[in-house]
Design a protein around this ligand. Structure first.
Ligand code: CMX
Length: 436
């Protein structure tokens, strides 16, 4: 077994009795209640999932294995020559809960290198898709096309002990994660660069190789590392993470589960919002007469109100759980302040940040008037030449796979069962409400 798998096995053995005890001895302890509003309203805040990979506090934002974003970025070993940590080290942290040493990171990074060769048929599938396919549809199709590679399916069909389900799931997860950057970069180069593909460099780390295959110079390697880490996980209840967990709960393998989670991420209320922010911003630029004409706060207020009055949402603002500025937004804002403080598009986003929260508060609908992760992410990509904003959700998707696959591996290790909530009819709800 690899060092990471050994460590994970140790952690799983130590953790299992905690879950078993809660289930056996405290199974009937009430954790919360469900109101009519929550039931009709998309299960907001209903406590119904377990994960130890990340926790989202509405006021503080995300913690990965107990660490805030600044702590995570500070504690993890950095790639030589860059300022950001190895994504491989972050994967180690999410899976084991421990901050890896330099040696641990090297061993995971080496392991990734042996797993990253993408089968040729995946590229053939992508080339066979219509040229106007959305890059998220391409990513999802590429992932599900690899379902035949699943080690879990082979071992399950041969008769696998339930206690060992996590082992082939771990193998599938790492195999898939190692391949995603090349698949994503291939989609980009195929769709937007006339099929001029840049082969993977087997010696580079995950973020470095992605930047290399995209054909974008440093510090885009650090941008890739930052993006993959920031977008990885946000508890289990968001659409992409929950979809991945739900599909995997049927013991569907990780290729099915990851493809499905990407399909959820592709919605405009979720991961697609980062592309929508840019297209919204471009509309503003067109009306302003060019990206160098920065709107005043008064002008920006009018654009925001016009959007709201036409019945649309302001993309990149609001959140189902968060009630303050998303620390993932903050981390990207700090990156912008360091690398591109005078960049016109950053100024646009900055003016938007100054006016939008007050407007959303005044409008009185959104429970959270503050920006989320998607409000800033397009700016950085645009700055480094990645202007094809249809592609932005793919970057989110590669990152999100890290968290979803860490979760699925643990779901299998702890024997979480098939997910099956209960539905009621409207008649029944009316009876409960005392209307009928
Ligand atoms: N602009 C305008 N109106 C907004 C709004 C925004 N940014 N955010 C919420 N609202 C509105 C909702 O549309 C809803 O209106 P109705 O009552 O007319 O249906 C009302 O405020 C209440 O919504 P909420 O409870 O505050 O928000 P939800 O939990 O239902 O939805 C989210 C959360 C993110 C989908 C929503 O804020 C939104 O649509 N934001 C814009 C899209 C976006 O940025 N999505 C990315 C989310 C980040 C991620 O993917 O993780």
């Amino acid at each position: 077994m690899s060092k990471l798998k050994d460590k994970l096995a140790e952690k799983i053995e130590a953790h299992r009795p905690r879950t078993t005890r809660l289930l056996k001895e405290y199974g009937d302890v009430k954790v919360g209640e469900v109101t009519m509003e929550q039931l009709i309203g998309g299960m907001r805040s209903v406590k119904s999932l377990v994960t130890d990979i990340s926790y989202l506090d509405p006021m503080e934002g995300i913690r990965f294995r107990g660490f805030t974003i600044p702590e995570t970025l500070e504690k993890l070993p950095k790639v030589p020559g860059g300022k950001m940590p190895y994504v491989e080290g972050f994967i180690y942290l999410l899976l084991t809960g421990d901050v890896p040493t330099d040696e641990d990171v090297k061993s995971v990074a080496d392991e990734f290198k042996t797993r990253k060769v993408v089968p040729q048929y995946v590229f053939d599938v992508l080339k066979a898709m219509p040229s106007d396919s959305h890059p998220m549809a391409m990513l999802s199709a590429a992932v599900v096309s690899m379902q035949r590679e699943s080690i879990f399916v082979k071992e399950y069909n041969a008769g696998l002990n339930k206690m060992d389900y996590w082992k082939p799931t771990y193998e599938d997860s790492l195999n898939l994660l190692a391949k995603l950057p090349e698949i994503a970069a291939f989609i980009y180069r195929l769709k937007y660069k006339g099929g001029d593909i840049i082969p993977s460099n087997p010696n580079l780390d995950m973020g470095g190789d992605f930047a290399h295959m995209m054909g974008i110079d440093a510090p885009y390697d650090d941008v890739a590392r930052l993006y993959f880490i920031l977008h990885s996980d946000h508890e289990s209840g968001n659409v992409s993470a929950h979809t991945g967990h739900l599909v995997a709960s049927a013991l569907s393998d990780v290729y099915y589960a990851t493809s499905a989670m990407l399909d959820g991420l592709a919605g405009p209320l979720h991961g697609l919002a980062n592309q929508e922010v840019l297209s919204w911003m471009q509309g503003v630029m067109d009306k302003m007469g060019g990206e160098n004409k920065i709107p005043t706060e008064e002008e920006m207020k009018k654009f925001v109100w016009d959007t709201l009055n036409s019945g649309q949402v302001i993309p990149g603002y609001g959140h189902a759980v968060l009630r303050k500025t998303d620390p993932r937004y903050q981390a990207q804002r700090e990156f912008c302040l360091e690398y591109m403080p005078d960049y016109p598009l950053f100024k646009y986003v900055d003016v938007l940040y100054k006016v939008t929260p007050d407007i959303l508060r005044e409008q009185g609908k959104a429970k959270n008037p503050w920006p989320n992760v998607d409000a800033q992410s397009g700016v950085i990509q645009w700055y480094y030449g990645l202007k094809e904003y249809d592609f932005y959700t793919v970057l989110f998707g590669v990152g999100r796979a890290i968290g979803v696959l860490a979760n699925i591996t643990w779901d299998r290790a702890l024997g979480y069962p098939l997910e099956r909530p209960k539905s009621l009819t409207t008649d029944m709800l009316e009876k409960i409400a005392g209307i009928k």
